[in-house]
Design a protein around this ligand. Sequence first.
Ligand code: F6P
Length: 547
Amino acid sequence: MTALTASPEWKNLENIATQIKAQHMRDWFTADPQRAEKLTKSACGIELDFSKNLITDEVMQALQALAIECQVNKKRQAMFAGEIINHTEQRAVLHTALRNFSGKPVLVDGQDVMPDVLACQQKIQDFVKSVHSGKRKGYTGKPLKEIVAIGIGGSFLGPKIMSEALKPYWFAGVKVHYVANVDGCHIQDVLASIDHRETLVVMSSKSFTTQETLQNTLTAKAWFLEEGGTQQDIAKHFIAVSSNIQAATEFGMDAENIFPLWDWVGGRYSLWSAIGLPIALTIGYDHYRAMLQGAFDMDEHFQNAPMEQNLPMILALLGVWYVNFFDAQSQVLLPYYHYLRGFPAYVQQLDMESNGKRIAGSQTAVDYATGPIIWGSEGTNGQHSFHQLIHQGTSLIPADFMLPLNVPNKNAAHHAMLASNCFGQTQALMQGKTFEECKADLASKGLDDTTLESLATHKTMPGNKPSNTLLFQQLDPKTLGALVAMYEHKVFVQGAIWGVNSFDQWGVELGKELGNQVLDKLVNTDAELGFDGSTNQLISKFRKTNG
Ligand code: F6P
């Protein structure tokens, strides 16, 4: 047994969970008309209603006691202070420095990183201005209107969802196309749709070693040269964001055209660095800065708000409650806002790459569940597909619903329907429908008793399914920045409780290594195959078709 599962705080939660499982949320709402009000907290433009959860005051206090036992506050302080908390890579974790508006220094190894951060922000500002004003031109003198942002993982998901979510703030006259996958269909389609003379390629790779990003950039470069550009013109059309300046320069990037980031910025936390340059190109620097400001406000809230009002803390504790004491294996994110449709995919990397771990501390295998599977898609679409399983299936799937109260479209009827669906879903999940209620509904249908009982059984909705509802006045850059930072900190708190290192990602390495070995055999078609039978067979079939 690990120290965590042996702790009195853990045991206490196990006991309370047994009692809670015998109760129904519906009865709590009836007994306490103030429940919704008491269990709603706001910060940074986000209102979190967590009243439709399987919680009582006792549960929340017991969860807070667990967080205290796990020294979450101390670990949080260590992160903001620039201590080496990513111990397997010997790195500080300071994405918060990238949105630090406090004017205070942030030290890494005794060195203030803020001057470099501010200089880079200035470089971003100047660059965006020069593109948007048309001052920076392509080699034929045309303005740069098509931005091809190449990157993958954290060098793609954050920038892409931010750009997408902020569509109402797009700078007119510039279009950003994101390309991540090494599947040649994507880059081919994008390049076929644009004019190379108006194209700016932003290659984003922290390591500058990522196969997909390097290949997509090489393909873009070859296309640029084929279309009529020359080697000399490349500097006007290709820029890079990387912490590996040497590799970027060796690749042929002009030193002037390289935006830096640092090893204390984790890949999935890098959108706040120059990796976010495509966001600034999409929405303009002022909106981009507002987004950073929103994230900073959330950082302040996370550090200063008491636990019972602290949004990231509340979300994290609820997650731990369901993962560890209700065997929830997944969590669903349901943005009821079309422009936020990419958010589940973004949180998927953030959460699953951070807390999809099985070693706590330096080498203890955990004996408890850690990071859940994150999934979801925009409402209302999911209601006509996977919501069936959330309502009546056998897994408990906690849901986060999200809805801006004001939307940038003039279709009031649509918005009311969207909101009614969102609220109606959380209500149905919570209250369900009893067998007796279903029977009463069917009473007038003239069915015989056996059919009526059978149908009522199938129609019964257990309810008692937990959900959070997150409301925003509108999803402006500042609120969006706060929303993303809130999930970052939620993931941090959960990692701190589970004792895992939320900032490395060794699990993705083996696949990359073997992929490279396989690539060698696909390219060198005479090379002998020495893998397992299945892999050898797959390679042979590929060789047969592709020569
Ligand atoms: O393979 C995982 C990963 O390293 C992520 O952590 C990262 O966000 C992504 O690849 C891209 O990495 P890079 O920015 O170095 O190209």
